[in-house]
Design a protein around this ligand. Structure first.
Ligand SMILES: [Fe+2]
Ligand SMILES: [Fe+2]
Length: 471
């Protein structure tokens, strides 16, 4: 499974033996490069960035590190090693050999799943386009760019499937990936959370913690797919995704740590007077990004999700490790429902509740990072606890979308929501305060005042390593 870097498009799928596909992807390449130039990280093209590039897909040791100008990054197509004798592991085809070609009857569903996933990848690059100008350190700038090039590669992963397995309409979908843009009034990205701008680094860390984690759960459920090429590409994407979530988790941890240091050094002062981000503001950003990310899992009860499951296209998180029949014909699952102005838990058919099942796994996973941040606060001797808001809070999709709820899940009237809102979500003054802190720090090893240094550097290098040569 070595990757061929002699090729114009690095790959481990023997692209040179499939002339038709190779030509199709080579035709798509200039449009992609143009998109990177216009929509990718602003003012970055002369910079040399200490990036990792995939050199194999084996566990451990797949990455090579070195300075790269981002337009020269070797984007390519990397699939995890095939599993011998892999089967469809759930749904009505359970036990049949996994599909190496698209099953004709599921073609449009599969294409829709791939397009929806693929669209988020370039969207996040677009959202983060201007962040580099206000990086808190060269270390962070490098991490931002690493995330960006890998999201670009994730687009390649989905475009490979579209070109390779969906013929003409796949080609058209691949073109459309470069035509929609985040926040574009005429051609927006498909999912709403990907049309918001990421304007500051606190938001970026929240996004990589909460929204990239949604990505992890979507990819993990697609990695269970009976369509083997999708499964294999998602499995390799997940190894890259782990770094994005690390950037978020450690980034928020460093913000929290720096705030606690300033609070302890100046016990009676407003932390903002010392140029750090006060914990209540961090909580509000957390509330916002968590609630937007739980929306991405869709409706609690969904016929589409049930169909994808039954067809064997999209499974649950770690499907094969779940101890049940993997068909869900008679099983039930607990889902929230709004009854008489309160949220009640009811039993629903597990098959239509697979979105909710994935969301539950996601929420439990989110809590782990929050626990870590709380340990930093506790170790500093400060009595504040960050919490995930209730799943009913600030929802735009699902049974809670039509109601107002406090972060602890109490359903309230619209007037109470209006008066409480500024305590629960970033207000305009909060946003402009956070924005006021955003100024580029580009001296190697130096950090902006509002964030602590990381515990260690990248790939064994010191924190003061020149992770980006600005040129
Ligand atoms: Fe991604
Ligand atoms: Fe990501």
């Amino acid at each position: 499974m070595t990757i061929d870097y002699q090729e114009k498009i690095p790959n481990n799928v023997n692209l040179s033996e499939d002339r038709r596909l190779q030509r199709a992807l080579e035709r798509w390449l200039p449009g992609y490069q143009q998109w990177w130039h216009e929509q990718g990280p602003a003012d970055s093209e002369a910079m040399e960035v200490y990036l990792r590039t995939a050199i194999s897909v084996e566990a451990g040791g797949w990455a090579n590190y070195g300075y790269v100008r981002m337009p020269d990054y070797r984007w390519g197509i990397f699939l995890a090693r095939p599993e011998p004798d892999r089967r469809v592991n759930f749904g009505k085809h359970k036990g049949e050999p996994a599909w190496q070609e698209v099953p004709g009857e599921y073609r449009s569903e599969l294409r829709r799943l791939i397009v929806t996933q693929g669209d988020t990848e370039p969207a996040s690059v677009e959202q983060q386009r201007h962040l580099g100008k206000t990086c808190p350190s060269l270390y962070d700038l490098r991490n931002l760019f690493q995330v960006n090039v890998e999201e670009g590669r994730h687009l390649w992963a989905m475009v490979y499937l579209l070109h390779g397995f969906f013929g003409r309409d796949g080609r058209e979908e691949a073109e459309a990936m470069l035509e929609r843009h985040s926040g574009d009034p005429d051609k927006p990205r498909i999912l709403n959370a990907f049309n918001e701008k990421t304007t500051d680094w606190l938001s970026f860390f929240m996004f990589t913690y909460f929204t990239d984690r949604d990505g992890k759960y979507q990819l993990a459920s697609l990695a269970e797919s009976g369509f083997d090429p999708l499964s294999r590409t998602c499995r390799f994407m997940l190894t890259e995704e782990a770094h994005h979530m690390f950037v978020g988790e450690s980034g928020i941890g460093r913000v929290v740590q720096r705030t606690c240091e300033a609070m302890n050094a100046h016990r009676n002062d407003d932390p903002r007077s010392h140029g750090v981000i006060d914990l209540p503001t961090i909580q509000k950003y957390l509330n916002l990004h968590f609630s937007a990310s739980v929306d991405l899992f869709g409706q609690e009860l969904s016929t589409n999700a049930a169909n994808y499951f039954t067809m064997g296209l999209k499974g649950r998180f770690q499907e094969t490790r779940i101890d049940d029949d993997h068909r869900l014909a008679d099983a039930t699952y607990t889902v929230p429902e709004v009854k008489d102005g309160a949220i009640a838990l009811v039993e629903a058919p597990a098959l239509t509740a697979v979105n909710e099942c994935l969301r539950d796994d996601y929420i439990a996973d989110c809590q782990r990072g929050v626990d870590k941040w709380n340990r930093i606060i506790r170790d500093a001797g400060i009595e504040v606890t960050l919490t995930l808001p209730h799943r009913a809070f600030n929802r735009k999709i699902g049974v809670c979308a039509g109601l107002e709820a406090t972060p602890d899940g109490r359903i309230i009237a619209a007037a109470e929501w209006e008066s409480g809102r500024a305590d629960w979500l970033p207000s305009a003054p909060d946003q402009s305060y956070v924005q006021s802190l955003m100024a580029a720090v580009t001296e190697p090893g130096k950090m902006a005042n509002w964030i602590a240094a990381p515990a260690k550097g990248i790939n064994g290098n010191p924190i003061a390593f020149e992770y980006v040569r600005l040129n």
